[in-house]
Design a protein around this ligand. Sequence first.
Ligand code: BGC
Length: 771
Amino acid sequence: MAGIQRRTVLAAVGGTVAAGGAVGSGLMGSGTAHAAQSAAVPAPAKAHSGPHEAKVRSLLARMTVEEKLGQLQQLPWSYNTGPGGAETKDVEDAARKGRLGSVLSIFGARSSNALQRIAVEESRLGIPLLFGLDVIHGFWTTFPIPLAQAASFDPEVSKRDGEVSAKEARSNGVHWTFAPMMDVTHEPRWGRIAESCGEDPHLTSAFAAAKVHGYQGKNAGELDAKDRLAACAKHFVAYGGAEGGRDYNTVDVSESRLRNFYLPPFKAALDAGVATVMASFNTIGGVPAHGNTHTLTEILKGEWGFDGMVVSDWTGVQELIAHGFAEDGADAARLTLNAGVDMEMTSTNLVAHGKQLLKSGRIKADRLDEAVSRILRLKFALGLFAHPYVEESAEITEPSKQARAAARETGARSMVLLKNEDDTLPLSASASSIAVVGPFGDSSDLLGTWVMPAAQEKFPSVKVLDAVRKAAPGAKVRYARGVDAEGKDLSGIPEAVAAAKAADVTVVVVGEPPAISGEAAARSDISLPGAQEKLIAAVAETGKPFVVVLVNGRPLTIGGWLEQAPAVLEAWHPGVEAGNAIADVLFGAVNPGGKLPATFPRSAGQIPVYYNHENTGRPYDPDNKYTSKYLDLPHGPQFAFGFGLSYTTFEVGEPRLSGSRIAAGALRKGDTVEVAVPVTNTGERAGDEVVQLYVHDRAASIAQPVRRLAGFRRVGLAAGKSRTVRFRLGAADLGFWSNDPHGEFRIEPGAIDVYVGNSSQAEAKVTLTIG
Ligand code: BGC
């Protein structure tokens, strides 16, 4: 589906771009504020000394300007037509002429080989193409959405997704995935929260690193393996700060917020070896990320020494004009290249205007060579010159048994138990009658956002209804939809009520269709769409036991019906094994152990509400009107970050420090403090608890969040068993970035409160002094 919509965008935007030829007045003449930006471009990174350098240099020396500019171009391939089809002819022609570096959204061993053959065998230099695809939470085997994966608080979940996806995609000719997405956000209205790891930089960093390792392998130099993909850290940067949660919207952040909140996951991905980075659609303080020298060149390529490639987002270069930043296509090309973007996705400004810009000195030959080198280096690292084609007989065409098992396990591992009054859950597999009601009870559309149409068609998700029937083979299982997912028609409710009345227990499966989460899917009201709440109320009125299973791509406002529901399981969009994973948890084969990676607000009017906020000068006081609160809402979230129940109970004990004082200098040298935390399974079943550690710097030169996550560990414990979890706190956990644009990390003397527990509302505390 995404592919089809995108064709239209290409025709509308790409066409104009290619046709437009007006050359802007340039650096000297434009007189615009950002002319200075271009002038300030730092010198290209120091001479590279990687294993492919000699080959990159010798190839570069043989390339014409057109061929160099061609490497900077990425064009989309259609999902609808195969090689030779009319719509893909432009792509093939560009490949033949050596005017193309990369293609996105092509897959399949035969199709990709056919296109590759044109580049390798018919173009003058035979430089292979780089094939990219959005393999976000699965290729054939769809895993739970990234937000769900984060809820597992187990980065291994994302590593496994990465490994399975890389193997399937690479065998289909894909070299590069546009993942992981690591935009930290406080905005549940923003549809793309589904693709993110939620609201915490520490959690997101851990998942970002794990996913990069899953795709690329842990060691540098594995990219040429048959089961690896180059990863892409996106979207750089602060895209999750979109005002009002409206996609693509403006972002204005301080340097300290940028560095403490949005940047850390990207740094973690870099440290994990990520091969590429994608620029984001937003502005940052008025400067679009695609033209932002500060973030792309000063921080990413300069301060952090990133030597991989930066790709634009889809028409992100062209959009510099709509932002009101570039005058025309030539200006957009100049601004983006000079700011640090190396490859242009979909729009064609660099190839269209690059030569003219070079001639007039508005872009430099050195910078062009540097961008091309970054792209060629990646192609060498992927082994494309030595092995441009994939083995057609080895193409993976369906999920393997093991891959499905991994998707099922991770689906169940990502679920969060929000409420469970009177042990309503787990359900008994020997129940004699069960009703399944709700628009998603019999739905195979639980894969989530970012699924290839071909995967959706061939490998839809297992339905909850089918899985319940399998899990409780002796039960009479009756289904009634009740209401549809988004409409207002209540006529199906009586049938659902009759089914609930006749059953021992009812499973109400409600939520969001995947199409209303993800890109371009912001919602202003994040309650259950349509008349779904009415269905819950009608089932509640029967007085019979029931559980609500939520399938959704974002935190929801749960409102009034929470009181009525005895049990609520947050299942997210769980992927191809959705029904089975849900049944595993409902019937207790898996004891839920996930935790919320993002706050659930009480109402949309309370957004943004997040755990890692600053205190204000007038923190909430119920007895004082003149403190920070809403008059018409109880204070605080509906469900806090890090919250989640289990079918057993746990006790997280008092934290102990290895020393109560540490010098800032010692921290800078790499010393750490150990925090030991006892945890006991105090119930009667085995289960998992996520032990969480938060820090709060009481007084600092820049006010610090009331808490921020600095450690977490998911541990499995048999009934009655205990263990001690140990964390180490170092400089990165105890210091913070200041507002200095050149990057100043401060570790200040004073008291740090260290909280441990099983949610962000943990109370057990110990104080560490930085002396
Ligand atoms: C999205 C990116 C994606 C790209 C290519 C854009 O609209 O923002 O995340 O990788 O399209 O499909």
